[in-house]
Design a protein around this ligand. Structure first.
Ligand code: ADP
Length: 258
């Protein structure tokens, strides 16, 4: 077992993601965000290191919106930088990264070395984010993780969700439910709404193929297909896509000590 371990921590709005890296092996773990992310991240770190028989990491890079609230990190880095690096590690062929997390969505164009060339971010409004999907899933009596297992045919559009505002869109969903529109049709309309929103945002950076889809929402394969249609570009993902930020942070931490 190697004892030189570096850590990347992505303190997100929905979950704290942590990556341990020893120069060879990546190990990821996650804990849903609580009311005290600082303590939660410290505890996740302690548990992860204890699993390797360690009490300290040689270097820790923090990223994510809560990165400045982590006193134990060696260095804080922006989400754009870390997500681009992590996505490049997971999906090296990607020339664009689209990350949809809990409360923001970002599109990043990267060069062949994974270096950021341009980016655009929506962190002002919940539309087109995981939070939007979560609120709508709840309005349909579902958990956000279960919505992806419902088969939908988004190419056969029965209804639309027109509101960009999450609160109004939730009312629209409730209205559709009460008109007897099927859950499958409403979910399809939600995917189209999110994919349209994100594709319109990504157009600002002239995305190149293939597009790596990262962040928690990338676990939804139907949404990935819809994004592919709206972008007109192939969209690829990885089972580890939610960890792109923490993996990128860990790789930067390794650069600092190797
Ligand atoms: P953050 O970095 O802001 O914490 P993440 O990248 O961790 O965001 O993504 C969190 C979001 O992922 C949640 O808001 C949730 O809506 C979404 N999510 C979590 N699990 C799933 C899933 N199985 N399918 C689709 N979306 C999911």
């Amino acid at each position: 077992m190697k004892d030189k371990i570096v850590v990347g921590i992505d303190a997100g709005s929905s979950a704290i993601k942590l990556t341990l890296y020893d120069g060879e092996t990546i190990e990821n773990c996650l804990s849903p965000s609580s009311w005290n992310p600082k303590e939660q991240a410290a505890s996740l770190l302690e548990t992860a290191l204890a699993g390797r028989g360690l009490t300290k990491a040689v270097y820790i890079v923090g990223t994510g919106y809560g990165r400045l609230n982590l006193p134990f990190v060696t260095k804080a880095m922006t989400e754009i930088t870390c997500h681009a690096r992590g996505a490049g590690y997971l999906l090296p062929e990607a020339r664009t990264v689209i990350d949809i997390g809990g409360q923001d969505a970002k599109a990043i164009r990267v060069d062949a070395c994974g270096k950021v060339q341009d980016f655009v971010m929506n962190d002002k409004c919940a539309a087109g984010t995981g939070r939007f999907l979560q609120v709508m899933a709840n309005a349909l009596g579902l958990d956000v993780a279960d919505i992806g297992s419902i088969e939908v045919d988004a190419d056969c559009q029965v209804c639309t969700i027109n509101s960009m505002c999450t609160v109004f869109a939730e009312s629209e969903v409730i209205g559709l439910v009460n008109r007897g529109v099927s859950r499958e049709a409403i979910i399809a309309a939600l995917y189209i709404s999110i994919a349209n929103r994100v594709a319109a945002m990504a157009a600002a950076i002239q995305p190149l193929p293939p597009v790596a889809f990262t962040g928690g929402v990338a676990q939804n394969l139907a949404l990935r297909r819809q994004l592919e249609t709206r972008l007109g570009l192939p969209v690829i993902t990885s089972a580890q896509a939610i960890f792109a930020g923490s993996i990128g942070a860990a790789l930067y931490a390794w650069d600092a000590v190797k």
